[in-house]
Design a protein around this ligand. Structure first.
Ligand SMILES: *Cc1c(COP(=O)(O)O)cnc(C)c1O
Length: 385
């Protein structure tokens, strides 16, 4: 008899299904080139879409703030961990996005769990896109409300479900840009559908913020939707913004309520003030430097045109997430390994992160890439696919 906590068999099954995950140990900073085990790789796997994670201005702001504020924040925001740096960042984020207020969370995962479970309880209902990020789905389970997943980007399926619901509060939740496919949610129709049913819409714009819209204000800005149409906006700081953490932006009342009730806000240590200061600098660059977004669009266009020329089926999203579908996990691993041999870092994404039979290479671009990098990747695809 094996011990109940003996995981040998389960680990063996994961391995046999080609779903075993292993961490690779990087030496040095995030960037277009990364170093691992003494070799350098051209990186097409990061979410550092604007190449800010190792930007000298951010490093300088972080170092200076470490001198001013130290490293640890020492406590939760509500005890004595909320500094001038955090507060200024919240005000600047709210200004940028045209919302009354913003509230920092230590990670996006925690923001999603905290908000959904603060807003909803047993007599409520939450409606989520099937392809939403795991943290949203987990928030839906944790909150205890009736939890339904509608077909991906399907507003009529959502409408049918809302019609049937007798819940007190109804919350519709979607990614703004879907993290594994790169496609944009139909925000205008979603918000109209939600409003017809007196439901609230929450958008997780982890992959849209900084990347989409004139000053990088994300998918809500390109859809031209305001705080009434989308009451709850969540976005992360660890992707295009190049730092760490997340925030919720919305009405004064929403933010005050979250400060009282979001358990992942109340019961956790505040992010270091130095992270907040570095993010303030990042926010300035994100707003001012439109060239990063323009370059990203050019790189993506070049990649998509290249795929067409090679006769490789392109998914064709409008975001820097450009998946190349390969089907089986086995094949995705093989191609990813072959690319690695040639000096390309392109992670294979397998179930359960994506649906069975849709394993893929998740190619992502950064404005720090050059067109020659895109061409090199296309050459490798030409040989391998
Ligand atoms: C990355 C991500 C999160 C989680 O954010 P973290 O700050 O990494 O915890 C949440 N939602 C989406 C859509 C994401 O891509």
């Amino acid at each position: 008899m094996s011990h109940p906590f003996d995981f040998q068999d389960q680990l063996a099954t994961i391995q046999a299904n080609k779903l075993y995950r292993q961490r690779q140990i990087l030496e040095g900073p995030q960037g277009v080139e990364i170093e691992c085990a003494g070799k350098r790789y051209l990186n097409f796997s990061s979410n550092d879409y604007l190449g800010l994670a190792n930007h000298p201005d951010l490093v300088k702001a972080f170092t200076q703030a470490a001198h001013d504020y130290g490293i640890g924040s020492g406590s939760a925001h509500l005890i004595c961990g909320h500094t001038r740096a955090h507060h200024a960042l919240e005000e600047e984020l709210a200004d940028w996005l045209g919302r009354e207020r913003a509230l920092l969370f230590s990670t996006g995962y925690m923001a999603n769990l905290g908000v959904i479970s603060a807003l909803l309880g047993k007599t409520d209902a939450v409606f989520q896109d099937r392809l939403n990020h795991a943290s949203l789905l987990d928030g839906g389970i944790l909150c205890g409300a009736r939890f339904q997943r509608y077909q991906h980007a399907d507003c009529s399926d959502l409408e049918r479900r809302l019609d049937r619901s007798t819940a007190t509060r109804k919350l519709v939740v979607t990614d703004g840009v879907f993290s594994m496919d790169g496609d944009l949610a139909p925000l205008t129709t979603l918000s109209e559908t939600a409003q017809r049913h007196a439901a609230w819409l929450m958008v997780d714009d982890a992959h849209g913020i900084g990347v989409l819209g004139g000053r990088g204000q994300g998918s809500l800005q390109i859809a031209e939707l305001n705080q009434t149409q989308i009451p709850v906006l969540m976005a992360t700081l660890g992707k295009a913004m190049g730092t760490f953490g997340a925030f919720i932006a919305g009405s004064e009342e929403l933010i005050e309520f979250l400060i009282q009730r979001a358990r992942t806000y109340v019961y956790t240590t505040a992010m270091p003030a130095a992270i907040a200061e570095a993010t303030r600098v990042s926010l300035r660059l994100v707003q001012e430097d439109n060239w990063r977004r323009e370059k990203l669009v050019e790189l993506v266009k070049r990649f998509q045109q290249g795929l067409v020329q090679l006769g490789i089926q392109a998914v064709g999203s409008e975001s820097p997430i450009q998946p190349v579908l390969l089907g089986s996990s086995q094949r995705a691993i093989e191609v990813s390994n072959a690319l690695k041999q040639r000096g390309f870092w392109v992670t294979a994404i397998r179930p359960p992160t994506v649906a069975s039979g849709t394993a893929r290479l998740r190619v992502t671009f950064s404005s720090a890439h050059e067109s020659v990098h895109v061409d090199r990747l296309l050459d490798a695809f030409d040989d391998l696919l």
